[in-house]
Design a protein around this ligand. Structure first.
Ligand SMILES: C[S@@+](CC[C@H](N)C(=O)[O-])C[C@H]1O[C@@H](n2cnc3c(N)ncnc32)[C@H](O)[C@@H]1O
Ligand code: SF4
Length: 435
């Protein structure tokens, strides 16, 4: 980086926060936003079952022993009702059915959960309602009914267009199934279909990845989620890699794959709005944006996570909540007491909340605006917290991080290095709060 650019970055750090009137106005908007935030939430519903285990996956999922679809539907409804009452939110801004494989759920289950939400809070007409779909013939055959039940966005787990790789990863679909499901989803919800695709797979080369992604971009809709394959402890893939039966591309190749994917996506008019997410036009995932912007969300179903203040039982502080993991225990608890929250961690200190706002917000390409930060931190401005901390100054100087009158964000290169920058930023936050 040239010295001139480095100086410009330093100047950006030194530029004061927008002058008096602007600051006052930002504070007022931030306060209004803060009040509004406690009345609204997104809602995530976890369907914990899959037909089989993909070799790389360590999500909370189980192979069903028997068909308990009807009791699951009852319990999902009951827990939705209870948690809505506890949170006292008046408006649900988006709903996401994830898993596991929620496309194995009966469409009437989806309809029942949505009806329950509408009975206990407002679910505005047109609010984003997404379901993750495994692109198998069963998944495809249910798309129309999911749509009729109220789903208006599909997220399809394509993962790869190479049949040998899909087999290797233990997927129960092939590339033809994926293409057919994608076409049907686009017919039903044009402009509101996302695909998940993974890179860094065993034996994958940079050239083959670029060809595969180009193929996918010629048939996909307006949203792509890009995941680097992670080898998770305890999975079949972990064992295969440990035993030397499979090797993954080297770190530099993985980095080159991410870089070339970002460039290719941009060339196809997809703007990157988050580390792993790309959209054409305004086809961003509103539900996931709520997470990254630190808004409240309610998690329903086995192992679901939530973040909300339980105003309904007198709690004023936002809590991180985790539901019981194992579906049979979860069912028993919901039947017994209306919900199966296993863990509640109050985010009582400003530090806990701000750490989340920081780690989530920096995933976005727009980063954290001053106004957004002020919603959670009325006292400590971004400049004060990060502008003078020596190690953060280094990140600003080397151009991986930007702090200016828009706020704090990663540069194009910095976004790929976010994980390695976060410890420094968290340390800066902690030491500021300790003062
Ligand atoms: C847990 S899955 C649930 C959706 C659906 N069952 C499916 O498989 O498509 C959500 C997404 O997480 C991603 N994912 C899961 N495990 C991963 C891993 N070990 N590394 C990278 N991505 C992973 C996959 O791309 C997948 O589409
Ligand atoms: S289908 Fe999805 S959730 Fe189920 S095991 Fe495979 S990746 Fe995991």
């Amino acid at each position: 980086m040239s010295v001139a650019i480095k100086r410009a970055l330093l100047r950006a750090v030194a530029v004061p926060f927008p002058s008096g009137g602007g600051r006052c106005c930002t504070a007022a908007v931030a306060q209004a936003e803060s009040v509004q935030l406690s009345k609204e939430a997104s809602l995530y519903v976890h369907w914990p079952y899959c037909l089989r285990r993909c070799s790389y996956c360590n999500f909370n999922k189980y192979i069903p022993k028997a068909d308990n679809g009807s009791v699951m539907a009852d319990c999902l409804q009951r827990e939705t009702e209870t948690l809505l009452r506890l949170s006292q939110v008046s408006r649900i801004t988006s709903v996401f059915f994830g898993g596991g494989t929620p496309s194995l759920a009966h469409p009437s289950t989806i309809a029942r959960v949505l009806e329950t939400i509408s009975r206990h809070a407002s679910l505005p007409e047109g609010a984003e309602v997404t379901i993750e779909v495994n692109p198998t013939p069963v998944g495809r055959s249910r798309l129309k009914e999911f749509h009729q039940a109220g789903v208006n966005r599909f997220s399809i787990g394509v993962q790869s267009l190479r049949d040998e790789d899909l087999k290797l990863l233990g997927r129960d679909h092939d590339s033809q199934h994926a293409l057919q499901t994608l076409a049907e989803a686009r017919r039903l919800c044009p402009g509101r279909v996302s695909v998940d695709v993974m890179f860094g797979r065993p034996r994958q080369t940079l050239g083959s990845w670029e060809r595969e992604l180009s193929e996918l971009l010629s048939v996909c809709d307006d949203h792509v989620s890009l995941y680097q394959l992670t080898v998770e402890r305890g999975t079949g893939l972990f064992k295969q890699v440990e035993l030397g039966q499979l090797t993954l591309p080297a770190e530099e190749v993985m980095a080159a794959m991410y870089h070339s994917a970002r460039t290719l996506l941009l060339r196809h008019d997809f703007h990157q709005y988050e580390v792993s997410n790309f959209a054409r036009g305004n086809a961003v995932s509103r539900h996931n944006l709520n997470y990254w912007k630190g808004r409240q969300y309610i998690g329903v179903g086995p192992g679901a996570h939530g973040r909300f203040a339980p105003l309904g039982e007198g709690g004023a502080v936002r809590e991180a909540r985790v539901q019981t993991l194992e579906p049979d225990f979860w069912i028993q608890e919901v039947q017994h007491r209306g919900h199966a929250t296993r863990k509640r961690i109050p985010l009582a200190t400003p530090l806990g909340l701000l750490e989340e706002v920081l780690a989530m917000g920096l995933r976005l390409t727009e980063g954290i605006t001053h106004q957004h930060w002020q919603v959670f931190s009325p006292e400590a401005e971004l400049y004060k917290v990060f502008g003078t901390f020596p190690d953060v100054e280094n990140l600003l100087l080397n151009g991986h991080l930007i702090l200016d009158d828009r706020g704090l964000r990663c540069s194009w290169d910095g976004l790929a290095l976010l994980d390695s920058m976060l410890p420094t930023l968290l340390l800066a936050l902690e030491s500021y709060m300790d003062r």
